[in-house]
Design a protein around this ligand. Sequence first.
Ligand code: PMP
Length: 286
Amino acid sequence: MSDTAYLNGEFLPLEKAQVSVLDRGFIFGDGVYEVIPVYSRRPFRLPEHLRRLQRSLDAIRLANPMTDAEWARLVQEIVARHAGEDQSVYLQVTRGAAKRDHAFPKNVAPTVFMMSNPLVTPSREQVESGATAVTATDFRWLRCDVKVTSLLANCLLRQRAVDAGADEVVMFRDGYLTEGSSSNVFAVKNGTLLAPPKNHLVLPGITYDVVLELAAMKKVPTETREIAEDEVRGADELWLTSSSKEVLAITRLDGKPVGAGKPGALFRTLYQAFQEFKRTVMRQAA
Ligand code: PMP
């Protein structure tokens, strides 16, 4: 099957999908996006992703070009046009193409783009060994809760991790944990799961919510509060969560072992709960 994309009302081969160089997504990074994991050809938590998309559009003052039902149909259609059982659907809405001017253009159609890639979740070995991370100062803007396509700061921060031979960065702002370059971060201390609050400094992750729901189901004591840098450095366990990484232990931070240096007991509980939950949800949707 050829790789098909959706652009402004039509499906076409990805390499044929083109936008204007005046598109505000290209010129200003003036757009929002979502990444929706698809398991067994079924989108996972689609209503939640569409709700977050609406929130992002509201935050950048851009009208939603489609209803949720229309989005759901499009997502299903792009999934149907790809062979993989597990996919990662990327969708993006920008403020459209207009003469370059910072102020919003009037009467310009937004650009709507969608593609699907294979969903690559961590291998068994990665789950067993965990991920490595380095720390960095969070120098992003003050609306990290909005899923905007302007991701230069996130790219610079991730590259720092890559340059250090690590998988992700763990960021601090004013001495407190925020998140990773493309993931949320949790800490565990003395059997309690610590979660940074959902505020303007972190992206409200869909996986973050799933993990907190599963922790409640498993009766894991949880505290949602600001987590100081030394608590992170002294944590028994650190995890990262995202739609593609699911739940993954961080086993080395700045080259030092996290806790015992291997995925911890609480991680194993939540990882298993996540895999079971996925299977149950997918069976129910079938
Ligand atoms: N934080 C950031 C900065 C991200 O880019 C992502 C991935 N989109 C997340 C957190 C995790 O969000 P989700 O669980 O919805 O993938």
